[in-house]
Design a protein around this ligand. Structure first.
Ligand code: ADP
Ligand code: MG
Length: 315
């Protein structure tokens, strides 16, 4: 057997239970549940761009799948299948073992089956494609926000960006932020439940302001966010550089939380959902008529921000 097939066989060929045909043939086959639309998304992690050389393989396996599942969560889909395209500089058994362990542990948590992929030699690059199912008329699209909606966000913001920023954090806070960067938890249960409660949703991979700008543009609305209301972890709250911490929350990225908009009449139901899921859900702003996204300070002044962060923090 060639090294390539041996590798696929040993590390990535799990028998699939739900798919009609999994790893090993020209294509995988699956049947979408009756009445459901297929949701599909792909995200690539490239060494040197999305992660540093030498990052631990198990975290990488976790994160490569997590960032993809986060997209399924953001559209409200039930996760089902994944495909893995892998370029590897060499075959290192212990690396592959750890990578596969990180990937399959998360896949098992969410009932995801690996049904195919591609393997080649090359600079380290991981590209996963995920497939899920969602009732077509319930998908949480970016173009569903309506003036008058509340804007909500799950979890806490800015932790991953703070880990990357090199800002001095104490031991425990530094560990927490590093974990938020390396092992994001895709908000699958939240996305599924929001099908009944939200008008629009997006996952925060590029930073809150940038991602809400996608929602505003797609929906043809304006969004006002209260900077003070942005949820912060104890770790981020312990950061002495307040402007830096706020910049991470508003424009940092790599958070993989869900931002969503919902009718004011759903406030109580969303509060109850947060308690049920043991996941903080925080109301951070309002959808208005118009088209810009503004992040407002306590005096109602808009903080000016560039793509890289707030101008406010320059100089
Ligand atoms: P093809 O020549 O048709 O592209 P391959 O030789 O690349 O097929 O792959 C053989 C089988 O192994 C296919 O079913 C493919 O989906 C699967 N496969 C290849 N690489 C991976 C991988 N990294 N993870 C999961 N399945 C894989
Ligand atoms: Mg192939």
């Amino acid at each position: 057997m060639s090294a390539e097939f041996d590798l696929i066989d040993r590390f990535f060929s799990r028998r699939s239970r739900r798919a009609l045909l999994g790893v090993g043939d020209d294509c995988a086959l699956w049947q979408a549940p009756a009445g459901m639309a297929c949701a599909v998304s792909t995200d690539m992690l490239v060494e040197g761009r999305h992660f540093e050389a030498g990052v631990d393989a198990e975290s990488l396996g976790h994160k490569a799948l997590a960032v993809n599942l986060s997209d399924l969560a953001a559209i409200g889909a039930d996760p089902a299948y994944a495909l893995l395209a892998l370029a590897l500089p060499s075959i290192e058994e212990s690396w592959l073992q750890s990578f596969a362990h990180g990937l399959f542990t998360l896949a098992d948590q969410h009932g995801v089956e690996l049904i195919g992929g591609d393997t080649t030699r090359g600079p380290l690059c991981l590209c996963i494609t995920v497939i899920g199912h969602v009732p077509a008329d319930r998908a949480l699209r970016r173009d569903g926000a309506r003036p008058g909606d509340d804007v909500w966000v799950s979890g806490t913001l800015g932790d991953a960006a703070l880990a990357l920023s090199g800002t001095g954090l104490s031991g425990e806070a530094a560990r927490f932020c590093r974990d938020r960067l390396d092992r994001p938890q895709p908000r699958m249960a939240l996305g599924q439940r929001l099908r009944e409660l939200a008008h629009s949703a997006i996952d925060i991979s590029d930073g809150l302001a940038a991602d809400l700008a996608h929602v505003a543009r797609a929906s043809g609305v304006a969004i006002d966010i209260a900077a003070e209301s942005l949820p912060k972890s104890a770790a981020l709250a312990s950061c002495a550089d307040r402007p830096r911490a706020l910049e991470c929350q508003a424009a940092g990225g790599d958070d993989y939380e869900l931002a969503f908009t919902a009718s004011v009449s759903n406030r109580e139901a969303i509060g109850a959902l947060g308690r049920e899921l043991s996941l903080p859900l925080t109301r951070i702003g309002t959808v208005r008529e118009g088209h810009e996204v503004r992040i407002l300070d306590l005096h109602g002044e808009a903080l000016a921000f560039a793509r890289a962060g707030f101008d406010h923090f320059e100089s």
